[in-house]
Write a protein that binds this ligand. Sequence first.
Ligand SMILES: N=c1c2ncn([C@@H]3O[C@H](COP(=O)(O)OP(=O)(O)OP(=O)(O)O)[C@@H](O)[C@H]3O)c2ncn1[C@@H]1O[C@H](COP(=O)(O)O)[C@@H](O)[C@H]1O
Length: 107
Amino acid sequence: MSDFSLKDLEEIVAQRARSGEADSWTAKLFAKGMPKAAQKLGEESVETVIAAVRGDAKELVSESADLLYHWLVVLTIAGVPVSDVMKELERRTGQSGVAEKASRKND
Ligand SMILES: N=c1c2ncn([C@@H]3O[C@H](COP(=O)(O)OP(=O)(O)OP(=O)(O)O)[C@@H](O)[C@H]3O)c2ncn1[C@@H]1O[C@H](COP(=O)(O)O)[C@@H](O)[C@H]1O
């Protein structure tokens, strides 16, 4: 089991974005801004879906890593810390997804 966390990668992304280095994919994406970063996130989402539907576990791991990395880039550009997402997930732990969906239908 790896100790590497999304928080660790969030720090690397922020540091590489600040570096502005020519050989940094992160810095390149930051320079292009949200439209390009969000587009890459969408592409990686689709590639993850394709790997899942194919039942290709190795490809699913690889595409999931691409997806989470690009998701972190998008969050960082938006100024949203991963901890905000974790807090929201934590808030939801007391309620099942089915119950949550039913409560929204009654709004
Ligand atoms: N986890 C990642 C990571 N995952 C994917 N990618 C890059 O995302 C890019 C997009 O990949 P794709 O093949 O989907 O896209 P593409 O190369 O444009 O190809 P097509 O769209 O033509 O298919 C590739 O260049 C990958 O290397 C990543 N780039 C960086 N990181 C992490 O960020 C750190 C800093 O990276 P740099 O900013 O590049 O120094 C690295 O040490 C890693 O920890």
